[in-house]
Design a protein around this ligand. Structure first.
Ligand SMILES: [Zn+2]
Length: 446
């Protein structure tokens, strides 16, 4: 009777039916499942706390179907609401009407559909809102039926959050908590009190990826957040946040393979140390969502240590940044050669050398680090050079200033490798001591 449509609100209703019935695929739903779900929803929707402050105030203003219209208070009973929902399912199709704009499988209702029964479409008397210029949207009775169940799985934080996904099975996982809250408290879920939908999503993603074994769920997962209201008073609001599929895959991988590392990376994203994760914005989350690099958060320059495993860094660089594996292996190898040279130095000199790299803000400073290191190798009598000329050119020009992968990326990757290998020795040296005696870039001026 039902199938996934790709429309967030209609799929949201289907998620509610499936979760309530303990099923995962629309074709598994039986007549009995649907009857039970109608009974459950109608009982809740007839309560004051659902009807007036939620359905009427935020989602289906003045809905006649769910009897949220304040004038219907006296007639509002579970039985009457259930009757309305059942009659929607039994409504005859009119072959002369256009096909439903959502599912494309059935003819739309002849009776107009407005925003009081389907969120965020136009209201009656404003026909120029609708694509065909006619009164109401072309939506079939089955799609309209499904949307009436969406209230059961939304998170209210304080706007309403719907997480629409491909594959749809992922949506079941991400909304399971909302329905469980409803079953437990008989109230709409507050999403643990989160006030930021993206923070809540990252928390959910981390937890769900630990719980579900199915790798397929993440392979090409696409997630879109709809954070909205369709209020009785005031303007409707809608924020749409798209989560790139590479980011979803990365978070799932991080949660499973380096949870502690992922937590340290996120911890660096709070602007002023430990903030309220439910209320404040996190730089790591924001950058992941806007497609900016979070590579700098993989290293902790203050404590001079890597925040995560090389494995997670490798996954991030190749899967999210799109860096090729060969380039990454090459940089890692150069990092190891740098470590081989640096480890010959006493602690304080070692620290000063690394500081040069940490403080290089310009390309010429970055170059100077390598030139100085080459000189050091000669002075220490180490065999062979740090890099061949070709390798040096590759490191500086292939990943040059203006290219997508800048030398700063290379610098951060090298620092990651150095911290990984030399953290214990670096940690011993006080940052304040060293710079007075071993200023950066000394050899270049010689
Ligand atoms: Zn439809």
């Amino acid at each position: 009777m039902f199938s996934w449509t790709g429309h967030p609100f209609v799929d949201g209703g289907l998620v509610a039916l499936l979760l309530y019935s303990g099923k995962t695929r629309p074709e598994e739903l039986t007549q009995e499942d649907i009857e039970k779900a109608i009974k459950f929803a109608s009982e809740l929707y007839s309560r004051k706390e659902w009807s007036s402050s939620y359905l009427h105030a935020l989602l289906f203003p003045n809905s006649g179907l769910l009897m949220a219209n304040p004038s219907m208070t006296k007639k509002r009973t579970p039985e009457n609401i259930a009757k309305n929902l059942e009659s929607l399912l039994q409504e005859k199709e009119d072959p002369s009407t256009p096909l439903c704009e959502i599912c494309g499988r059935r003819h739309s209702r002849s009776k107009p559909v407005y925003r009081s029964e389907f969120p965020l479409i136009g209201s009656g008397g404003v026909p120029n809102y609708f694509p065909s210029g006619k009164d109401g949207a072309n939506i079939c009775s089955h799609c309209l039926f499904l949307v009436q169940f969406m209230p059961l799985i939304l998170y209210r934080l304080p706007r309403l959050l719907l997480i629409h996904t491909y594959p749809p099975e992922l949506m079941l996982e991400l909304h399971r908590e909302a329905l469980n809250d409803v079953l437990l408290t008989r109230l709409v879920s507050s999403g643990r009190g989160y006030k930021r939908p993206e923070n809540f999503l990252f928390t959910l993603l981390t937890e769900v990826s630990l719980k579900t074994e199915d790798e397929k769920l993440w392979e090409n997962a696409s997630i879109t957040l709809y954070y909205f209201t369709n209020p009785n008073r005031g303007r409707p609001e809608m924020t749409i946040i798209h989560v790139p599929s590479t980011v979803t895959r990365f978070v799932a991988h991080a949660a499973r393979h380096d949870r502690a590392g992922w937590e340290r990376i996120v911890a660096m994203g709070w602007r002023k140390g430990r903030e309220n994760e439910k209320v404040h914005s996190n730089e790591v989350y924001q950058k992941l969502l806007s497609g900016e690099s979070i590579l700098p958060y993989f290293i902790n320059m203050t404590e001079r240590k890597p925040n995560a495993s090389w494995n997670l860094l490798f996954f991030y660089c190749t899967e999210v940044l799109g860096l090729n594996k060969e380039a990454l292996e090459f940089i890692k190898e150069v990092g190891d050669r740098i470590v081989e040279t640096l480890k010959e130095l006493p602690d304080n000199k070692l620290s000063a050398r690394v500081r040069e790299l940490e403080r290089s803000e310009k390309l010429y400073q970055f170059e100077a680090f390598f030139v100085n290191l080459e000189k050091l190798r000669q002075r220490l009598g180490l065999k062979g050079s740090l890099m061949t000329f070709d390798e040096f050119a590759r490191l500086l020009t292939t990943y040059g200033e203006d290219l997508e992968i800048s030398w700063r990326t290379v610098r951060n990757l090298l620092l990651f490798r150095i911290y990984e290998k030399l953290h214990d020795r670096l940690a011993k040296v006080e940052a304040s001591e060293e710079t007075e005696f071993y200023g950066a870039g000394e050899e270049v001026e010689e």
